[in-house]
Ligand binder design. Structure first.
Ligand code: NAI
Ligand code: MG
Length: 362
């Protein structure tokens, strides 16, 4: 009574999904007890398990439950048993349906190198320097992936085209997300474009600097995509928030994620115009290790921390969860994917044990 209650739609999904999401739910519950709020979970189906139960990857009831919630926690969907289904019937189709159904035009992918996992970064220590903690803000529902495309003929030869188109409101809203995020971080936004060549990038750059004037407390600069790709491996510590288009963000976020070690560590958030967001690990359903207790739950727990930060407005709880993850790693606790030759046997944990380690440190 008196405690703020958040309604969270939970989609455990397929493969390792149920194992990792269960650990993240425990952490959210515990964070609520510590910080004075209540998480009410509503489990709904999507993906392969939904196909088995209802014949549809994204049942109408699931989308409605997500729309009615404060945020959505997702494990992963898909698996080899559904690989023979045609494209529009596959489990992964549920993800597209959720993104468009919830109008999630922003994809946030933090690439953070945990100090305890510095050895897993492929860059030399002197290049990583003071570390890497970058938030990539990628536009998710516009640009060349959604532009006019087709086949044609040029001088009689078969040809094909795709078009990059961004409207001013589309650029404005993603830039605002970047500046708001930077305010909660180190106060620096870099816009990445190709304004020396592309007209859409020239508009992007102009609008970015217009929005920057609304945020005088945040440092704003811009960079060409080719230089940004180079700078990311040359001097990653110079970046705080990067805001960019759908395609450039797709490429840069994969490049950045490789600098952090294991895919089992990387969270993501997809956001729209309201507080409602969808939070999920970057990785998939890992059918090869499903049901064995081997999955690393930290990407999903870190996604839950992002939910606390961006959808539930509980920054102190989010910080506490992030600190508990870092502390578990600093204490030497490892799941198999982040263990190395020097990790003692007794420090290698199962999915549930890693969840418990984070919970005890929280
Ligand atoms: P994957 O990310 O599931 O697995 C790639 C490799 O990383 C595997 O060796 C796996 O064991 C390992 N891995 C992934 N997550 C891990 C974790 N938390 N802890 C330890 N190891 C982990 O990618 P893959 O194998 O290409 O896809 C498997 C299925 O997942 C496919 O059906 C694919 O379509 C689906 N998928 C779903 C996504 C989603 O729901 N958002 C995203 C990517 C793939
Ligand atoms: Mg990609």
């Amino acid at each position: 009574i008196g405690r703020t209650t958040y309604h969270i739609a939970v989609i455990k999904g397929d493969g390792i999904g149920p194992e990792i999401v269960t650990e993240a739910m425990k952490i959210l519950h515990l964070a609520g007890e510590k910080f004075g709020f209540l998480c009410q979970f509503h489990e709904v189906l999507a993906g392969g398990c939904a196909i088995e139960a209802t014949g549809q990857a994204l049942p109408e009831e699931t989308l409605e439950a997500c729309l009615a919630s404060d945020s959505v926690l997702l494990g992963a969907v898909g698996g080899p048993q559904w690989d023979t289904l045609p494209g529009e019937k596959r489990p992964e189709r549920a993800l597209l349906g959720l993104r468009s159904g919830l109008d999630l035009f922003t994809n946030l992918r933090p690439a953070y190198l945990q100090p305890a996992l510095a050895h897993a970064c492929p860059l030399k220590p002197e290049i990583v320097g003071e570390g890497m903690d970058i938030l990539i803000v990628r536009e998710l529902t516009g640009g060349i992936y959604f532009g006019k495309r087709g086949r044609t003929k040029v001088n009689g030869a078969p040809a094909a085209f795709d078009t990059e188109c961004y409207s001013v409101p589309e650029i404005q809203r993603i830039c605002r997300v970047a500046f708001e995020s930077a305010r909660k971080r180190r106060g620096h936004v870099t816009s990445v474009d190709k304004a020396n060549v592309l007209e859409s990038s020239r508009l992007w750059r102009t609008v970015f600097h217009e929005i920057a004037r609304e945020y005088p407390d945040v440092t704003a600069d811009d960079m060409f995509i080719d230089n940004a790709a180079m700078q990311l491996v040359h001097n990653p510590a110079q970046f705080d928030v990067i805001v960019t288009t759908n395609m450039f963000g797709d490429i840069l976020s994969d490049e950045a994620s490789m600098l952090t070690g294991s895919i089992g560590m990387l969270p993501s958030a997809s956001l729209g115009a309201t507080r409602l967001g969808m939070y999920e690990p970057v990785h998939g359903s890992a059918p090869d290790i499903a049901g064995k207790g081997l999955a690393n739950p930290l990407a999903t727990i870190a996604s839950a921390a992002m939910m606390l930060r961006y959808s539930l407005d509980q920054p102190a709880a989010a910080d506490a969860v992030d600190r508990a993850i870092a502390a578990a790693l600093a204490d030497g606790w490892r799941t198999a994917d982040i263990a190395d030759a020097s990790t003692p046997e007794e420090k290698i944990l199962s999915t549930v044990q890693m969840g418990e380690a984070v919970a005890s440190l929280l």
